[in-house]
Design a protein around this ligand. Structure first.
Ligand code: FAD
Length: 317
């Protein structure tokens, strides 16, 4: 079922959902099942599965270091299919522009349709580690908006090289990313919102936000988006802080600000066990306020371990 239909059917109740990351050099899907299992009691209507670009690995060829592009994580669509059929839950693959040609994207979307996947999260992806800026892959898309057009065309039976007359077209519901503290490359929040509106005008159906730790940033973002005429659901993304290093890592990688009170609470912790607890309590407070404000879904970034998400969900749902 489409995310937008799940939201409609909930009739104003806030839904619980989460995102998982295929593990680096994952050994077996059982690792992910073990992670998901404890969260199923909260009835997530959908689970997102992220995609990573291929990465360069350095290999030793008899003393000479060589680099090779490789995929370090198991495939997102396969994982979506397994989880969907094991738990009878909708799964949402994150589909990236970076690292994929349009043809490869078409094959992937055809697979998704065949597997009964109804939603696609359409994203540009980040620059590779060694690039200063995002460079579109040769034969691929430059922006998430271009990918949205490809998905929309496919929904209309328009493949890259032909138009297929069929009553079995995909009808994907399309999610896109939004940034309450603006995307790192955008010159201003207003410009970023203009491009977000562009994605919605092209056919995106809902927005999931980047993580934020101050709810006022989300509320202001939603208000600004509504003023610009963005009327689709805007789902807040919540990440519980789990280790002290997140204090530097999250602002560096995601350009999110951390409130002083959270920084002080983390700094006062003796070890990462205490930090994890602070992260849980902060996320519970954030979630309760957002739920009270009537957000359609609370979407959690699980980052491999689900014990903290379970504690948050228990306190909030
Ligand atoms: P776009 O919407 O294409 O925007 C990129 C930048 O270009 C922005 O600054 C925007 O303002 C600007 N812009 C947009 N359109 C245009 C245009 N037509 N002309 C000029 N400028 C434009 N990354 C992964 O690698 N894998 C994942 O699974 C993943 N999941 C994510 C899930 C969520 C909820 C979020 C918020 C992010 C996720 N990301 C993921 C990160 C995302 O790929 C990066 O933030 C990326 O840098 C931007 O992606 P986007 O889809 O927002 O890009």
């Amino acid at each position: 079922m489409k995310v937008t239909d799940h939201i409609k059917n909930a009739k104003g109740e806030t839904l619980f959902s989460f995102e998982i990351i295929p593990p680096v050099k994952g050994k077996s899907i059982q690792e992910l099942y073990d992670n998901i299992e404890p969260l199923m009691e909260f009835n997530p209507p959908f689970i997102d599965v992220t995609t990573s670009r291929e990465e360069y690995v350095y290999i030793d060829r008899g003393g000479l270091l060589d680099k090779k592009l490789t995929r370090m994580r198991p495939g997102t669509v396969g994982i979506c299919a397994s989880i969907k059929h094991k738990y009878d839950v909708d799964t949402i693959p994150h589909v990236l522009c970076g690292g994929f040609t349009k043809e490869e994207t078409e094959y992937l979307l055809v697979d998704c349709h065949y597997l009964g996947i109804d939603n696609i999260m359409a994203l540009r992806g980040d620059a590779m580690r060694e690039e200063q800026y995002f460079e579109p892959t040769k034969g691929g898309h430059a922006y998430a908006s271009d990918l949205i057009c490809q998905i929309r065309n496919l929904n209309n039976g328009q493949y890259l090289h032909e138009v297929i007359e069929t009553d079995n077209c995909s009808d994907f519901c399309i999610g896109v990313a939004g940034y309450p503290e603006k995307h790192m490359e955008a010159p201003s929040l207003k410009t970023d919102l203009k491009w977000l509106k562009h994605k919605i005008d092209l056919g995106a159906d809902y927005v999931v936000t980047q993580m934020f730790f101050d709810n006022q940033k989300y509320f202001a973002f939603v208000e600004a988006a509504r003023e610009m005429g963005i009327n689709v659901p805007i789902i807040p993304g919540i990440k519980p802080i789990a280790v002290k290093r997140h204090m530097q890592l999250l602002p560096q990688v995601f350009r999110t600000d951390l409130p002083e009170a959270l920084i002080e609470a983390v700094e006062a912790c003796k070890d990462n066990k205490e930090v994890r607890q602070v992260g849980i309590e902060w996320a519970i407070a954030q979630s309760k306020e957002l739920k009270e404000a009537g957000v359609p879904v609370l979407h959690y970034y699980s980052m491999g371990k689900s014990d903290n998400i379970k504690k948050i969900a228990k306190a909030v749902f």
